[in-house]
Design a protein around this ligand. Structure first.
Ligand code: PEP
Ligand code: MG
Length: 324
């Protein structure tokens, strides 16, 4: 099986009826000089930038961040690298940045922190734009967005950094910017968000947690955490509908993207690309190359009639067995 999967590594992730679904890599969580999956992926769909902030005892400088980002941009160039701005808070506090909150997951997280402290955001964006000079494969991704105002403010700050760097003589370019859809409010505003940015990327880990009111890290409620829940499927559909109205692409970068059962659902909905850990790439590619989008649509249509996650899962297991 392993050699069979390896043989796929240089073939495109294309359905039997000719739809290409680029598979990107999630990386940045652990410190690695050369992450696995560089050759096998179409680029990076989610680079998590928290690590250098967590391992230090103060905020990393613009120069230190720049070296980090330059490294990953160079590794994958000319393929796109989507780098997410700082997503601390929630389950990722910083030792040198005290936060005492009763409900950290409903609190000061992601873009909420960086907009309250624009100096953190501005430094990171300066480092990112400078790191991309001459490579131009950088895309920015904004985490934990729940209002359009946050996006407008972030875009304003990014443009400001861009203009200032140009004035300083740096040959920077304005990168494509995307929004993470990981809060239910963002699902209901997918259209308004898609109008403002270049792409959407669904973070199914947080989206599932917030839709089902189930802490993604709490073992007591782990059995309730389920990405096949009909509410999750409808949220994904609504996100795609909103993005389509403005001709914007939708990627999925949560764990669901690396689940071969979910591939039917995501392809059926018309998701444009998937981003996952290196370990999931071969198997997902194999599933995509074994099915048609027409078949995925058919499976999705039946899945949307299911009233609970278990029925969806059973249906998907059957469908997957059908492709061997
Ligand atoms: C997500 O929430 O699905 C996601 C990709 O982000 P993280 O797991 O880093 O919160
Ligand atoms: Mg998230």
């Amino acid at each position: 099986l392993t050699s069979e999967l390896q043989a796929l590594s240089h073939l495109p992730a294309e359905t039997t009826d000719g739809y290409l679904i680029p598979l990107y890599l999630n990386t940045g969580l652990v410190s690695e000089n050369r992450p696995l999956g560089i050759e096998e992926s179409a680029g990076v769909g989610l680079y998590r930038t928290e690590l250098p902030f967590i391992v230090r005892d103060s905020f990393p400088s613009e120069a230190a961040q720049m070296a980090n980002y330059r490294h990953v941009l160079e590794l994958f160039a000319p393929r796109p690298v989507t780098i997410r701005t700082l997503d601390i808070g929630g389950d990722k506090p910083l030792p040198y940045f005290p936060m005492q909150e009763d409900n950290p997951f409903l609190g000061w997280r992601g873009i909420r922190i960086t907009l309250d402290h624009p100096e953190i955001f501005l430094t990171q964006v300066r480092a990112l734009l400078r790191a991309a000079i001459g490579l131009d494969n950088l895309q920015l991704l904004l985490p934990m967005v729940s209002t359009v105002g946050e996006v407008d403010e972030a875009l304003m700050l990014i443009r400001r950094v861009h203009d200032e760097l140009l004035e300083e003589g740096y040959q920077v370019r304005m990168p494509p910017v995307g929004v993470m859809i990981e809060v239910p409010a963002a699902v209901y505003q997918a259209e308004a968000l898609a109008r403002r940015v270049d792409f959407l990327s669904v973070g199914t880990n947080d989206l599932t947690q917030y839709l089902l009111a189930v802490d993604r890290n709490n073992p007591h409620v782990a059995k309730l955490y389920n990405e096949y829940h009909p509410a999750v499927l409808r949220a994904l559909l609504q996100t795609l509908t909103g993005a389509r109205l403005h001709g914007k692409e939708v990627s999925v970068c949560g764990e669901m993207a690396g689940d071969p059962l979910a591939t039917f659902l995501l392809l059926g909905m018309g998701v444009h690309s998937l981003s996952m850990g290196a370990g999931s790439l071969p198997r997902i590619k194999k599933v995509i190359r074994s099915i048609s989008r027409a078949r995925a649509r058919e499976v999705l249509r039946v899945a949307l009639q299911c009233e609970d996650a278990n029925s969806v899962r059973r249906l998907l297991l059957n469908a997957l067995e059908g492709v061997g």
